[in-house]
Design a protein around this ligand. Structure first.
Ligand SMILES: Cc1ncc(COP(=O)(O)O)c(C=O)c1O
Length: 442
């Protein structure tokens, strides 16, 4: 059985995370509960930062917070010296509430509204990553009206096909994101921004996909963007001070996944930039990266309680848990695979095949199609590993299920960072039918 980060199995056969028994977390906060190993988050953050430091390269490591957005994780990212990638007014608002340094916030998104862009100006954030021509117009207008400078990057699609699931690949030419590099859109965007009094053009951004295991695609993307930067130097005498190479570094969800150490991806990309800059005597740009999954993915584990079981003779045996697609949509959405264990009986052989089902009214609400577990008893604690990214942030109240609690665990201490939703929370936006409408229908 593969354990992640600080996870251990103690003498009672219980899973521990951050030095805390999962059973203790459950007795305090109930289930389902998401437990983050914050030491693993810190280790990854410093691994990325040190990779650039060792190479003597200036860099910003921005946590792509769509992976898991909350005040506490933003504060942890801040403490680790990370920057922050936000993609909506809501994520920006969370960052502001967390007291995140505004100059280290980068704002992404393919359809930012005028209100969201104005909010970014009001908060004087560090950079807007422009995605389309409408946004160029809006930013120029707002910057001129407010007479306020704004740093910008443009997001480009370098046409690199990363080998990953189609739905989570965003770097291909047929993408809803960014300006195409090959058909001239990128040059058009560059020309539209270059000489604006209040717009400070920093360079290009690309994000070629997610859960990528090989370094070639990243290196190729870096090369393609560096070539464009050299062209702009020749044609416009313009030097880009920044190159943002996005995120997408793969992690191990199951034994089928064989990622490299996250910092290795960065090491190799940075090397391409450094050596090309040396070869062409181009000033080495500051590199920005945006890891999401590789910072929080395997740091997170969801603990469920096992409920009913059902045997379909000769086919499969189901065990249903007290959550499901409402707290983790990824298996239903992307056919994502996870590994699991019985957290209160870790030492028993995990050799029986089960299908872990959620409790939502959807046949497709299965968390794990083929899970190897001991004989599961009602009340057992089922740990699903590697659930830290794109789960809570995509969670819904489908079937009006309250969203789980989120807990940070480290060095034997634990802290609630998102409380469990209550039934009151679930109806808090609902308004009753008007009296008049009631009378009409009677
Ligand atoms: C622009 C951008 N940057 C960074 C990320 C983070 O990717 P990952 O979580 O795979 O590292 C994403 C994810 O979709 C993204 O769209």
């Amino acid at each position: 059985m593969h354990l992640y980060g600080t996870q251990t199995v103690d003498e009672k056969g219980h899973l521990t995370i951050g030095g805390v028994e999962v059973t203790e977390i459950v007795s305090q906060y109930g289930t389902p509960v998401m437990v983050y190993d914050t030491e693993l988050f810190k280790e990854r953050a410093s691994g990325f930062k040190e990779t650039f430091e060792k190479k003597g390269m200036k860099a910003q490591v921005a946590y792509a917070s769509k992976a898991f957005s909350s005040i506490a994780i933003y504060q942890l990212a801040e403490q680790q010296g990370l920057s922050l990638d936000v993609v909506s007014g809501g994520e920006l608002y969370t960052a502001v509430a967390a007291g995140f340094p505004r100059e280290r916030i980068h704002f992404h998104g393919n359809n930012k509204s005028r209100e969201e862009i104005t909010y970014a100006f009001e908060e004087q954030i560090g950079c807007i990553v422009i995605d389309n021509f409408l946004e160029i117009d809006i930013i120029k207008e707002i910057a001129s009206e407010r007479k306020q400078k704004m740093n910008v990057l443009i997001r480009v699609t370098p046409g690199v096909e990363a080998h990953t699931h189609d739905y989570i690949t965003t770097g291909q030419e047929d993408s809803k994101f960014g300006f195409d590099l090959k058909n001239g859109q990128t040059d058009q965007a560059f020309n539209a921004l270059l000489d604006h009094e209040f717009v400070n053009f920093l360079g290009m951004h690309c994000h070629i996909g997610s859960q990528i295991f090989e370094t070639d695609a990243f290196k190729f993307a870096a090369e393609v963007l560096m070539e464009k930067m050299m062209e702009w130097r020749t044609v416009h005498q313009f030097i880009c001070p920044v190159l943002n190479l996005g995120g997408g570094f793969g992690i191990r969800y199951t034994e089928e996944d064989h990622p490299l150490e996250p910092a290795v991806y960065v090491e190799e990309m940075a090397e391409v930039v450094k050596s090309m800059a040396g070869e062409y005597e181009y000033p080495v740009p500051e590199i920005w990266i945006e890891p999401g999954r590789s910072l929080v993915g395997d740091a997170g584990t969801t603990i469920y309680s096992a409920g009913s079981t059902k045997e379909v003779p000769g086919i499969r045996t189901y065990v249903a848990v007290d959550g499901g697609m409402s707290d983790n949509i990824r298996p239903a959405l992307y056919d994502a695979h996870y590994s699991s264990a019985i957290a209160n009986r870790m030492n028993e052989p995990h050799d029986q095949q089960w299908t872990v089902a959620g409790k939502c009214c959807e046949s497709g609400d299965k968390l794990i199609e083929e899970a190897f577990l001991p004989r599961v008893e009602t009340g057992d604690l089922l740990a699903v590993f590697c659930t830290g990214a794109y789960t809570y942030s995509m969670a819904s109240n489908y079937n009006r299920l309250p969203r789980p609690a989120v807990v940070f665990a480290e060095k034997g201490q634990h802290q609630l960072v998102v409380r469990r939703e209550t039934y009151e929370d679930i109806i808090k936006l609902d308004l009753p039918l008007h009296q008049q409408a009631k009378e009409i229908s009677q």
